[in-house]
Design a protein around this ligand. Structure first.
Ligand code: SF4
Length: 504
């Protein structure tokens, strides 16, 4: 069933239409980091395995990036925070989690043969809250992971954790299984605010105790997540939170501006962050920047194209995704990328009923779209230009063994966009000149393949003949819809410069 917006959007030219429904500039386009892409087609497990076999043979022949990541999604949390936009749910009882665990382990076993002889260079456990597993479950699951797959000696083994569930015992289990990076989602220390955000079980003492324990573990990378612009977060609370966090001395502080996405409880209650609150957020961001810099933290300026990534960021599958690295995702909502073969995902975490009983113990369905070397090249060019307004011809050559302008399917639209004044072609970079984010969102679609466009239209609009090219100014303010759909909220990351220099 098409939404009203989509019905109206159907009257738009194709590039504008796609820009109104897919807001994140990933290629192939997704509905957001935790949501399945609606135009992916249902696929059987055998098709997924076949895709991976092809990718692995490309990797062995040096025709695909060598990075191989493992992503595990554990959808359960003790409560639902009002600001959450993740694919998560609160279980009624341990039985729900047990069913999901059977499915997760089963899925992992299914891929054991396929990945035999391959080494994963990273593991990322996210969710949900992976540390919400019981001690026994976590220990068993991680043993199963090590029995199923091999990891390189330098692999980054990484989990997200919440202070309410990361007990000293859980930490010991993680360390026993080789975890070398943990991000603790603190968000705030303020008790009243925590209550308002429905973030149960977190106390200042728990955060301090776990950081005290982690500080004695050599080579463990500890990160902290804090959020800005949460409902009820007054400036003095935020300043106090920053002081407390700096005192704990994590290796990295991530600051996330709250995104009032439609799936948050906040938005479901009909609320939105006001312009005034966004102004305060900008001021708080500047303040946080000064506090971090005074305390010896250095802001990471991600320019997307080069290797200014900090060592632990560059070893994470989310970072090399931009250079088209491959990653195997397991569990509800997990997305996977098999270079040159396919992108696929499981659906978002379904409702509680799904997990009760045997049904939840089965591997969730797969939804897939095929990829190819050509699609990977398009993806690299599109994501670099859309996210940083700049694409490195050198990186392109490193990954795809030739200059981008030697591939006609990309050279043609790029020269066309240059002719129309949108981009500059320089010897080392291709630069996006036009500053309007809506123009960028629309024009970048010229680099999309016919196959991806057709797949989107097939699922969103039915056959092409139902798609009208009529477009009148008064029909729909599509520029506003595209602009409002762009989040524009960048995460900021501050690294302890002393640790950084010691690594160098
Ligand atoms: S702990 Fe994280 S994933 Fe769970 S509800 Fe809160 S924000 Fe969402």
């Amino acid at each position: 069933m098409l939404s009203t917006l989509n019905k109206q959007a159907l009257s738009l030219p194709w590039a504008e239409f796609i820009s109104t429904i897919y807001r994140d500039e990933y290629y192939p386009p997704l509905d957001g980091s935790f949501i399945t892409a609606r135009y992916f087609q249902k696929a059987e497990l055998d098709r997924v395995k076949e895709a991976w076999r092809h990718t692995i043979s490309l990797m062995r022949e040096g025709k695909a990036p060598s990075e191989l990541g493992l992503y595990i999604h554990w959808p359960f949390c003790p409560s639902q925070c009002t600001f959450c936009r993740c694919s998560m749910l609160v279980p009624d009882r341990n039985r729900d989690m047990e069913g999901a665990m059977i499915a997760l382990k089963d899925e992992m076993s299914q891929f054991r043969e396929v990945f035999k002889g391959m080494e994963f260079s990273s593991v990322y456990m996210g969710g949900g809250t992976p540390t919400f597993m019981t001690d026994q479950m976590l220990d068993d699951f991680l043993s199963h992971m090590h029995q199923s797959f091999q990891f390189s000696r330098s692999a980054q083994i990484y989990t997200e954790a919440s202070p309410s569930t990361l007990t000293p015992k859980k930490l010991d289990i993680l360390l026993k299984h080789g975890f070398n990076r943990i991000t603790v989602g603190v968000q705030t220390f303020d008790d009243e605010l925590l209550k308002k955000l429905n973030r149960t079980g977190q106390t200042k003492a728990k955060v301090r105790d776990i950081f005290e324990k982690m500080s004695h573990i050599p080579n463990l990378i500890t990160d902290v997540d804090l959020m800005i612009s949460m409902e009820g977060q007054k400036a003095p609370i935020f300043v106090k939170d920053m002081e407390e966090i700096i005192h704990l001395r994590p290796r990295c502080i991530h600051l996330y501006p709250f995104e009032d996405a439609p799936q948050t409880e906040f938005r479901k209650q009909g609320k939105m962050v006001t312009d005034q609150e966004r102004k305060i957020e900008s001021q708080l961001t500047l303040l946080a920047d000064r506090m971090c810099s005074r305390a010896g933290y250095q802001r990471w300026n991600d320019n997307w194209n080069d290797s200014t990534l900090y060592p632990w960021e560059s070893r994470q599958e989310a970072s090399w995704r931009r250079f088209r690295g491959s990653f195997l995702g397991l569990g509800h909502s997990a997305l996977s990328h098999a270079f040159g073969s396919a992108w696929y995902c499981h659906p978002r975490a379904p409702g509680k009923d799904f997990f009760s009983g045997n049904y939840g113990a089965q591997i969730p369905s797969y939804f897939l779209i095929s990829s190819s070397a050509e699609e990977e090249m398009r993806g690299y060019a599109i994501e670099s230009l859309a996210r940083s307004r700049k694409m490195s011809r050198k990186v392109f050559r490193d990954v795809f063994k030739d200059d981008i302008l030697n591939f006609n399917f990309l050279a043609e639209p790029i020269l066309d966009l240059a002719g129309r004044g949108f981009i500059n072609i320089e010897s080392d970079f291709i630069l996006w000149k036009n500053q309007d984010p809506v123009d960028l969102a629309v024009q970048i679609k010229r680099l999309y393949s016919k196959e991806i466009i057709a797949a989107i239209f097939k699922s969103e609009a039915g056959p092409f003949h139902t798609f009208s090219l009529k477009f009148g100014k008064n029909e729909i303010d599509w520029r506003r819809i595209i602009r409002e759909g762009q989040s524009g909220h960048d995460t900021m990351a501050y690294y302890d410069s002393r640790v950084w220099s010691s690594i160098l």
